[in-house]
Design a protein around this ligand. Structure first.
Ligand code: NAD
Ligand code: UD1
Length: 337
């Protein structure tokens, strides 16, 4: 198939790209390196021994995206490009709405012009907001509590409206839980700029000695050990979910929402313990006050994706930590060293 992958140099997109190339697809990656590095794409070429097309471009540049689509003529778009930092989204809402929402509209217009009728969209469990019940299933109300989450919910609605105008169209809206881990080769992985916001990259920084200790944000939640609980999913399982969704869209019309998670929650202290086991390194931590806006716990009900996509997350938390450790041991400072 001919696949346009936006954000293919980023954390999630790069792992999807490896899967697509291994399956023999023709891929056009569109990325402007706003939060990634060209070195990632070099690693992927070496790792897979495959080539792909690449356009360094902002998805907000509609004429450039349309021109690329009319030449490449994708059968399907996997749309991962976007901005994803919750705190930043509260401070720069217009930038987030422009990149995420306007960028997605541009893509849909370019798809219209090129006759492309299928899209897979990187959404987030953030769209559910405060849990009314757990685990979240896809019928849980959508009530995002921050700008980032609202951009995701808006894009889901826009894609749904776009699909409704033509019976030949189809879309999978994939709500990711907490992707962690790295490719088992250790050649690609998460490479956040500056101080990591997310737990596992921060722990990895501590284990490699780049940061002194982890701050554990709160140990007084109503969870089994008082620390926050999340549904961590191995990045390769997440990437496989996209391959499964692509197959699904091949013979289904309309829009479907799927949770991509394991269905299991792990606490902050459980993740610390798993990382210590995987790395054989100390991970000192200190208990700090709760982080603003944090939820005590959330995890997925992934039954719909299991049943309809024939997909299931299989990799354990220990495997996630071992793969991060391999990646960070090979490339302690990420791609640009
Ligand atoms: P990432 O920042 O590593 O990757 C996003 C990629 O998009 C980067 O390579 C970046 O350079 C590119 N990009 C950003 N703005 C662009 C623009 N205007 N034009 C072209 N390219 C642009 O993030 P990620 O973790 O790989 O996330 C991918 C997608 O999945 C995002 O849409 C994110 O919101 C969503 N998501 C991520 C998580 C997570 O925990 N990582 C969870 C849920 C959803
Ligand atoms: C964050 C984002 C969410 C995004 C998700 C996955 C916020 C408010 N939400 O959520 O939108 O979808 O990442 O990328 O930013 N923790 C610590 N110390 C740290 C970092 C985190 O104790 O240094 C704790 C947190 O309090 C939480 C857990 O670890 O309990 C996981 O945190 P994180 O990795 O940031 O993910 P989310 O909070 O789920």
């Amino acid at each position: 198939m001919r696949i346009c992958l936006t954000g293919g140099a980023g954390y999630i997109g790069s792992h999807i790209l490896v899967g697509l190339l291994e399956d023999g697809h023709d891929v056009l990656v569109v990325d402007n390196f706003a939060n990634s590095s060209p070195t990632c794409l070099q690693h992927i070429r070496q790792l897979t021994g495959k080539s792909f097309e690449f356009l360094e471009e902002d998805i907000c540049n509609q004429p450039a995206i349309s021109a690329a689509f009319s030449t490449f003529r994708p059968d399907i778009v996997i749309h991962c490009a976007g901005l994803k930092a919750v705190g930043e989204s509260q401070k720069q809402p217009l930038r987030y709405y422009r990149t995420n929402v306007e960028g997605s509209i541009n893509l849909l217009e370019a798809m219209d012009q090129a006759g492309c009728q299928r899209i897979i969209f990187s959404s987030s469990a953030t769209v559910y907001g405060t849990p009314r019940y757990l685990p979240y299933d896809e019928a849980h109300p959508v009530a995002p509590a921050n700008v980032y989450g609202r951009t995701k919910a808006m894009i889901e609605d826009i894609i749904t409206d776009w699909v409704a105008t033509d019976p030949g169209r189809s879309a999978a809206l994939l709500r990711y839980f907490n992707p962690v881990g790295a490719h088992e080769s250790g050649e690609i992985g998460e490479d956040p700029k500056g101080i990591p916001n997310n737990l596992v990259p921060y722990i990895a920084d501590v284990a490699t000695g780049m940061r002194a200790e982890l701050s554990v944000f709160g140990n007084d939640y109503e969870t089994r050990d008082g620390t926050g609980v999340r549904d961590y999913i191995h990045i390769t399982d997440l990437a496989d979910g996209h391959i499964a969704a692509m197959a699904y869209l091949g013979d289904h019309q309309g829009v479907e929402v799927f949770n991509l998670g394991t269905g299991e929650g792990s606490s902050v202290l459980e993740v610390v313990a798993a990382f210590r086991r995987a790395s054989n390194q100390p991970v000192p931590y200190e208990i700090k006050p709760r982080r603003d806006g944090d939820i005590a716990e959330f995890f997925a009900n992934p039954a719909k994706a299991n049943d309809r996509l024939g997909w299931q997350a299989t990799r354990t938390l220990d495997a996630m930590c071992a793969d991060v450790w391999r990646w960070r041991s090979k490339y302690p400072r990420g791609f640009d060293v």
